[in-house]
Design a protein. Structure first.
Length: 320
């Protein structure tokens, strides 16, 4: 008695010859190995292989770790390689491989548009991966190349229709003053500083307590969240238009994930002081000192980035 088995109609699907499938398998394996090596270099050495600085720019704009991003690419090439194995393609035709290659071309279209309009630079490593994806589409036949290239061009074209300039220009115009909730000043301030703090941080509270009384410094209070403890800064008039997100972005740009941080204006730039003890020492030395008329003589605190993170709270976690 014969058993009924479903048949997949493949008359409309152009089959690939064995030599092309072999090439696709080999290239996918090489790409898979290369991307795994790149992920290992990033994880262990923090030094990816790239012919220009575009790789570092793109990596900083990712929402995930570059290692995870590379592992996703490695999984893609592993899938394309497996889809060409005789034991797989003989059972379910070439359709899975064709779908995978179109997906890869579409993803590369997103990356190309992102690099062109957002990152404003191209990553040589990413372009190499793009070339590999297009090569695989070419080996899969003319029809597959047209489908993959169409997907790549369509996604890239949609990026060109979008306007990211307005968002970027708004971010470029923002300063720490846009993140200021309130200002404490005196009659003749010699120093202007911005205190980036959290309302639930006890180390930040120590710094705020050290500012009691009129000093020779003007302090801008920049919280990392919307102010809900109105009694934390008594006697100060809040600025309704302040944006805590500006302060978060400033910390991320500096590579800092803790508060309090004091940003002090200098004639040649800014000085950054981290930790309650360092900030309080700065306040006692420079804001209550009756001497020193030379502005540059006021900055006596040593480089804060060479010190350990003591007397701080994490921005992302609660601090007790």
């Amino acid at each position: 008695m014969k058993t009924w088995r479903p048949r997949i109609r493949t008359s409309n699907l152009p089959a690939m010859n064995k030599s092309r499938k072999t090439y696709i398998t080999v290239i996918s394996l090489v790409a898979f190995s290369g991307i795994l090596a790149q992920a290992a270099l990033i994880f262990f050495e923090q030094a990816p292989v790239c012919l220009n600085q575009g790789c570092q720019v793109v990596e900083r704009l990712l929402n995930v770790s570059p290692v995870v991003f590379n592992l996703i690419g490695a999984c893609f090439f592993a899938a394309t390689g497996l889809a060409t194995l005789p034991s797989v393609s003989r059972r379910i035709t070439d359709l899975p491989l064709q779908i995978l290659l179109i997906m890869g071309a579409s993803a590369e279209g997103v990356l190309i548009g992102f690099q062109a309009l957002i990152a404003k630079t191209f990553c040589s490593y990413c372009l190499l991966v793009l070339g590999t994806v297009l090569l695989l589409n070419t080996l899969a036949g003319l029809r597959q190349l047209l489908l993959g290239f169409s997907a790549l061009c369509t996604v890239s074209f949609m990026f060109l229709l979008l306007n990211f300039g307005a968002t970027q220009s708004n971010l470029e115009r923002l300063t720490l003053q846009d993140g200021t909730y309130a200002v404490r000043t005196c009659s003749s301030p010699r120093i202007r500083a911005y205190l980036l703090f959290s309302q639930d941080c006890p180390h930040c509270q120590k710094v705020i307590d050290a500012l009691a009384g009129c000093t020779q410094c003007e302090f801008n209070f920049n919280p990392v969240t919307r102010m809900y403890k109105k009694d934390l800064l008594p006697g100060l008039n809040p600025i309704d238009s302040y944006s805590p997100r500006v302060n978060i972005i400033a910390l991320k740009i500096l590579g800092i994930n803790s508060v309090p941080v004091l940003v002090v204006e200098k004639t040649d730039g800014y000085q950054f002081i981290r930790g309650d003890r360092n900030i309080i020492n700065f306040i006692k030395t420079n804001c209550f000192s009756p001497g020193a008329t030379n502005r540059e003589d006021l900055f006596t605190t040593q480089d804060p980035f060479s010190e350990t993170d003591t007397g701080v709270c994490s921005v992302e976690k609660s601090c007790k």
